[in-house]
Design a protein around this ligand. Structure first.
Ligand SMILES: [Fe+2]
Length: 297
């Protein structure tokens, strides 16, 4: 990689209509741990994975935050993003209790995004095999693939690692196959947020926990083509499109990208195992339910 590159997704900020019920879901069922009134961490070191905000409308994404390695990377990423973003702030110390340094910007489709570094993360991991470890990827729907790839590739330094049907998989500055997925489906909404679990058992225990709490599997369990990760998809609290995943393929510079023809499954099959049924109509609907707020505040 020659230019600056983000290392992955740090956190997502969501609007919720009912804060207390949302916190109950994300702690007791989804198995995140509160770190403040409205912030929730996983078992990994990241200060938090989710920040919730009470909002009358709900069902909105307020911000997606990406990590960069250090201030030099943030400053270099800023120069690239500022040249093409619809609006771009200047790199500065973050106004957060966990410190950090970074900048925020709004892309051409109105997504509020941030790049940060030097956040004061937790000193140790949580010893909880049911807890999500980190955000594995965010899948963004787009109505303008060229402009979106300009932001994520020219701006944030990601590289296209595979393409499958309408999906473009983007690889960052780490060994995970992908950390961002773009869905070419004519919309400008959130497709879903994927949380990395320890292993297949943790995904399946999570699926059981969700089912018992009234959140049945909307698609899965299965194993994807690109990335080779295991998946179960759910309509979470306020129908947030959520995924438990694990086993994301670890790649290096020798990985050979492939296109949609290579990744096409035979008729009747939707995953590597040949196990899952097609996704539910509800999953199809909620893949387009969460829009991005027009203000980044
Ligand atoms: Fe996913």
């Amino acid at each position: 990689m020659n230019g600056p590159v983000i290392t992955g997704v740090r956190s997502v900020e969501l609007d919720v209509r009912d804060m207390s019920r949302a916190l109950e879901f994300y702690t007791q069922v989804w198995k995140l741990t509160p770190t403040g009134a409205h912030t929730l961490r996983g078992s990994g070191p990241a200060a938090h994975l989710l920040k919730l905000r009470q909002a009358a409308n709900g069902a909105r994404v307020r911000r997606v935050v990406f990590d960069a390695r250090d201030r030099d990377q943030v400053d270099r990423l800023h120069r690239n993003v500022a040249a093409i973003a619809a609006r771009c702030g200047k790199p500065a110390p973050l106004d957060e209790s966990t410190g950090g340094y970074g900048f925020d910007f709004t892309d051409h489709e109105g997504r509020n995004l941030s790049v940060v570094c030097d956040v004061r993360d937790h000193a140790s991991n949580l010893d909880d095999s049911d807890a999500p470890q980190k955000i594995a990827h965010v899948n963004f729907n787009t109505a303008d693939i060229d402009a979106t790839l300009a932001i994520f590739c020219k701006g944030l330094g990601l590289s296209v690692i595979d393409e499958s049907g309408p999906l473009v998989f983007l690889h960052g500055d780490n060994t995970d196959h992908n950390c961002v997925v773009i869905a070419k489906n004519g919309k400008t909404t959130l497709n879903h947020i994927a949380f990395l679990m320890q292993d297949v058992n943790a995904v399946m225990r999570g699926a059981g926990r969700m089912k018992e709490a009234g959140y049945p599997i909307e698609w899965g369990p299965g194993r994807h083509g690109p990335g080779n990760n295991v998946f179960c998809y759910f309509a979470g609290w306020e129908e947030a499109p959520l995924e438990y995943t694990c086993d994301i393929e670890q790649v290096d510079g020798t990985y050979v990208p492939h296109g949609p023809d290579f990744w096409r499954f035979p008729p009747g099959r939707a995953d590597r195992w040949g196990l899952t049924d097609p996704h539910s109509p509800r999953w199809k609907r909620i893949q387009d339910l969460y829009s991005f707020t027009s203000d980044g505040a």
